[in-house]
Design a binder for this molecule. Structure first.
Ligand SMILES: [Zn+2]
Ligand SMILES: [Zn+2]
Length: 149
């Protein structure tokens, strides 16, 4: 029989008590650390970093390292966004607007249905390429009859 996985855990189960006690200790330690941090911050503001010797140097170094790390985080995020955007655009280019088939890169016409790839999903004249409202029957630019959709 497996303990602790049944979903029902009686409070007097030693494993449960151990887990709860451990959680409480961890939470209180975290709270203490954060209180010390707040006190430390106030102390530095009150007495100046100089009052803290070597730790003041470490503080300055850490602050400047943090600034550098934050700026590289930002640029990494931007690079990731850019890559995702490029991949999305690539997928859009390679996906047939007519039948939805995914075609290999560089292919100009859908290998499934022959529709032109890379063209935006807008309605253009078959003859002159002028942009037409959906459902237009004759091109307003050149008069060419449009295929029925
Ligand atoms: Zn297609
Ligand atoms: Zn036209």
């Amino acid at each position: 029989m497996m303990k602790g996985l049944s979903g029902f855990m009686p409070q007097d189960d030693p494993e449960v008590r151990l887990m709860n006690a451990q959680t409480e200790v961890n939470e209180l330690k975290d709270r203490l650390t954060s209180l010390y941090a707040q006190i430390g911050r106030q102390a530095v503001e009150k007495y100046g970093p100089e009052a803290f010797g070597d730790q003041a140097d470490a503080l300055k170094l850490t602050q400047s390292n943090l600034a550098a790390a934050e700026s590289s985080l930002k640029s990494a995020q931007q690079e990731k966004d850019k890559k995702e955007r490029e991949e999305k655009e690539k997928a859009e280019r390679e996906t047939c607007p007519s039948c939805g088939a995914r075609n290999p890169e560089g292919v100009k016409f859908c290998q499934e249905c022959g529709a032109k790839l890379g063209a935006p999903a807008k309605n253009v004249c078959v003859n002159c390429g002028a942009e037409l409202a959906p459902g237009t029957r004759f091109c307003g630019e050149c008069g060419a009859r449009q295929p029925e959709v």
